[in-house]
Design a protein around this ligand. Sequence first.
Ligand code: UGA
Length: 444
Amino acid sequence: MIAHKCPHIQVTIVDMNQERIDAWNSETLPIYEPGLEEVVKACRGKNLFFSTDIDKAIVEADLIFVSVNTPTKKSGVGAGYAADLFYVESCTRRIASVATSSKIVVEKSTVPCRTAQSMRTILEANSRPGLRFDILSNPEFLAEGTAMSDLDKPDRVLIGSLSTPEGRAAQQSLIEVYSNWVPKEKVIGTGLWSSELTKLAANAILAQRISSINALSAICEVTGADVDEVAYACGLDSRIGPKFLKSSVGFGGSCFQKDILNLVYLSESLHLPEVADYWRQVITMNEYQKRRFAQTVVSSMFNTITNKKLAVLGFAFKKDTGDTRETPSATVCRFFRQENAKVSIYDPKVPEKQIFLDLTEPGVQDDSAVVKKQVTVCKSAMEACTGAEGICILTEWDEFKQLDWPAIYESMAKPAMVFDGRGILEADKLREIGFKVFSIGKGV
Ligand code: UGA
C-alpha cells in the first residue's frame, strides 16, 4: 500500500525464504487477498521490489519495518502463552551489524509490551559508533480478506515513540509517509508502551465480543431466542455498535488466540492473576463453542457419526482468505475423526495439501495415511455433499449461499441434515426442501 500510494518512495521487501520471494516475483502470489494482486503487479519493478538480499536493503533504507512473525512459544518459559521473539531479536541484531547509516526502525510485528525497549538496547549496544537508531511502534490493524481496503482506509494509524525530541522527529517521518493517503486526524501518536499494548488490547476486545455473543448463542439454543435478533437489537445501542457480533462456530486466525495468550502471560508476569483469568476466559469460551458445535452434530445424528459421511464446507478461518491458522474447521474435523466419521471437505481457496497438513498431528508419529483414509478433499461443494448424511458450514464463503440446495438434497442420504456454523443460510427455505437444519444460536 505504501508503494501504491507513494510513487516517490522505494519499498523493498526482503525475506530469507527464496521460494517465497520467487513467488512474490511471479505470476502467482504466495497468498490470496482480494485486490492485492492488482497493486503488486502495478508497482512491482517500479517502486516495489522483492528480494533475498537482506543486507543490501538494510544499508539502503531510511526506514525499516520489522514485520516478522511472533508465534506462541512451544517450549521453555511461558510455553503456550508467551510470544517467541526470536525472529524480532535476530532481525534487530542483523540491522545493528549491517547498517552503515542512521535508521528509523519500525516495530510492525505484534509484540508484547516493552519489546521496542529491548530492540533499542540491542541496536545501541551493537551498532557502529556515530549511528543513531530510533524505534517506533506501528502496529497493524488490518484483517485478512479485507486487508487492502483496511490499509487504504484505516480507522486509525497508531505510531508509538519515545517522548524525546528525537523520538518525536522519527514519529513525524512516519506520519509523513502515511499522510500521503490517510487523513491527519486518523494518525495517532502515543508512547511506545501504549502502542504495543493497544495492539493486544484491540484484538482481545474484538475476540471478547465474539465470545460474548457465542456464550449467548448457547442460551438462545435452549430457550428458543434467536441469536441474530439478540445481536441486532444489542448492536443498535450506539454504545455497543453492530460489528463483530456475529455468532459462529468460534473465532480463528493467527492473531486473536495468540494475542490473548500474550495478554494472559503479560498479566501473569505482572502478578495480576485475576486479570489473566479474565482474558483467558475469552479463549475458554471459544474452545467450548467449537466443541459444542461438534457435539450438536453427533447428538443430532442419533448419537453416532461412526462411518457416516459428513460434508464440511469451508476450511479457511474466515471467507476471502486461504489462511487456515487456528481455523475452527480443523478443530471440528479433528473431533469428527475421533468419532470415526468419514469427512469430505471443500474450500474454494485452501489447497488440499494444506488441509492434510492441518489435520495431521505434527511430531508424534506420521498419521497422514490414517487421516487420508478418513478425510477426502473435494473440488466442489456438490462433490463433498453427494451421499453425505450431514453438511457442516464452517466458513462463511458467499458461494455456499448460492448452491443448488435442491440438487444437494437429492444426492444425500436421508434424513439430510445441515449444520450452519456461520449462520449464513436461510434455514426456512432449506426446511421446505426437506433438510433438517441446525443453526448456531437458534432454537429448533
Ligand atoms: C484480526 C483483527 O480483526 C484485525 O484488526 C487485526 O489487525 C488482526 O486480527 C491482526 O492482529 O493481525 P483477522 O484475524 O484477520 O483480524 O480476522 P477477523 O476478521 O478479526 O476474524 C477473526 C475470526 O473471528 C474469524 O474466524 C471470524 O470468522 C471470526 N468472527 C469475526 C466471528 O466469529 N464473528 C464476528 O462477528 C467476527
